[in-house]
Design a protein around this ligand. Structure first.
Ligand code: UDX
Length: 468
């Protein structure tokens, strides 16, 4: 670390793994440049302070009971909170905008490795599971465990405790005259913080954990959704057109866009509007897992439209790994197991921290992996399979863990491919390690990330089924 520069930065991550990791990467970068770090966090999904002894951690109340806060069932907690918070949030949407032009990636980022894996979906052992119907076999679509409602609800319930905490911090700064708090950096998903920072005369920078093109592009969704409802036949698109590019949001295809538009409606729309409004009013926007090469055109567009300084400072996870900010304990036996496998033979399977699957999908994926005849390492989080606490059976050739040291797994010489939900962190980590992907996006930005992987950068394949 460089010598302290006498400045302190206050960070406020959204309590989701995919948002916590980038925030802690940013913390490490800032700390290495001499800034002191204070992390304000919710009790729910609290980060491990013991992994960061040089930072100050301040917990705020989030309105959850002890039992709710200690559960790993994110859906339960967030749905509970969501109930009372959505009313009165519907506002007129701002002018919708369009993204034009293809997005390029530098040649250097194209995965050099061949694609050595064979994986068969649907499985050809249907008779073994007579309860699985044809549709589910052909359509292994994953279900999200958490929706963006979560951030809406969480925002509301944390506002007063956060305000009290930040105000006290600023007061103690004035009284002690030791260090100056230079700014607040929080997730774009916190929509009450801009107003608060302004009232306290504190600069606020927004961290977006999405790909730049998704962050910039998704503000067009409310308009598209409204237009769709105005059509007499709703949104139905002829089968022949489903694979065509969605011009309003490239490189999505029409069927991808429909899936995104089918997600939550009004609350999500007004939430997007507020994110847009509060980001435009902020002091600047930071993308920690993007860079000019990955997002050149979108960054240009963002700079034009937001009119605030924009920094794309990633991908930085190779220098500042996310493992220390893991909410779960990674099972290190994965690495010993990988050590015993041949080069580029193992398929790593993980759907991130919030996607859930059904038992049927679990079985389908199991058989697909088994039929691929490749060794596999599969992350099945506790509670990830709806209706099942934990699975005991470990299929041949495979290792199942509750949480993996993902970055080490992707770096490992034995890992040859990644079956992924295409959360942005996982996508970037895989691209950077040159691991080709099999994409099974579930919701929201994951569909766009997957299209970049398969159609633009050509470093992976979309898992085909009748629907996709
Ligand atoms: C969420 C959203 O689902 C995603 O769409 C959005 O882009 C970011 O926020 P999440 O589902 O957690 O993210 O996925 P992802 O963005 O891939 O982040 C998961 C992080 O957890 C990665 O940094 C990954 O390395 C880490 N991880 C995951 C582990 O360390 N071990 C695991 O076993 C699985």
């Amino acid at each position: 670390m460089e010598k302290s520069n006498g400045l302190r930065v206050v960070l406020f991550p959204l309590p989701i793994q995919g948002c916590i990791n980038p925030m802690f990467q940013l913390a490490k970068i800032l700390h290495s440049r001499g800034f002191s770090i204070t992390v304000i966090h919710t009790r729910f999904n609290t980060p491990k302070a013991s992994n960061h002894p040089l930072y100050t951690f301040l917990e705020i109340q989030d309105g959850l009971s002890e039992a709710e806060a200690s559960t790993r069932d994110v859906t339960l907690v967030l749905t509970l909170l969501n109930q009372s918070c959505c009313r009165g949030w519907i506002r007129p949407s701002p002018k919708a905008r369009r993204i034009d032009g293809p997005i390029r990636i530098s040649k250097a980022l194209r995965a050099p490795a061949p694609f050595p894996l064979r994986i068969s979906f649907p499985c050809n052992r249907r008779n073994a599971f007579p309860t699985i119907n044809k549709t589910s076999l052909l359509n292994p679509r994953l279900k999200p465990n958490v929706s963006l409602f979560s951030t809406v609800s969480r925002s509301n319930s944390c506002e007063a405790p956060f305000r009290d905490c930040l105000t006290k911090l600023l007061q103690s700064e004035t009284e002690e005259r030791k260090q100056t708090i230079s700014c607040l950096i929080d997730d774009s998903g916190w929509i009450f913080t801009q107003h608060l920072a302004q009232s306290l005369n504190l600069s606020r920078f927004v961290l977006s954990t999405y790909k730049v093109s998704f962050f910039v592009g998704h503000f067009v969704l409310p308009k598209l959704r409204r237009e769709r409802y105005l059509q007499p036949q709703g949104s139905s698109i002829a089968c022949s057109e489903q694979d065509e590019p969605a011009e309003e949001f490239p490189p999505l295809r029409k069927k991808d866009l429909l899936r995104i538009l089918d997600e939550e409606t009004e609350v999500l729309d007004s939430y997007s509007d507020m994110i847009l409004e509060t980001t435009k009013a902020s002091s600047g926007l930071v993308f920690v897992s993007s860079c000019e090469e990955l997002d050149e055109d979108s960054l240009r567009q963002a700079r034009r439209e937001f009119q605030v300084p924009i920094f794309a400072i990633g991908p930085s996870h190779s220098y500042f790994p996310g493992s220390s900010s893991s909410l779960f304990t990674p099972d290190q036996t994965c690495i010993q197991w990988l050590d015993k496998q041949e080069d580029k033979t193992v398929i790593y399977v993980s759907f991130g921290s919030v996607v859930n699957i059904s038992e049927t999908e679990l079985l389908e994926i199991s058989w697909g992996l088994r039929n691929s005849d490749q060794p596999f390492l599969w992350v099945v989080r506790v509670g990830m399979v709806n209706g099942t606490k934990w699975i005991e059976a470990i299929p041949e050739k495979g290792k199942i863990v509750k949480w993996a040291p993902q970055q080490d797994v992707l770096k490992h010489r034995a890992t040859g491919g990644f079956l992924t939900h295409n959360g942005w962190n996982s996508t970037v980590e895989s691209v950077c390690e040159g691991v080709p992907m099999i994409c099974v996006p579930s919701v929201w930005d994951q569909l766009l990330n997957a299209r970049f992987v398969s159609d633009v950068w050509m470093v992976g394949l979309h898992l085909r089924s009748r629907e996709w």
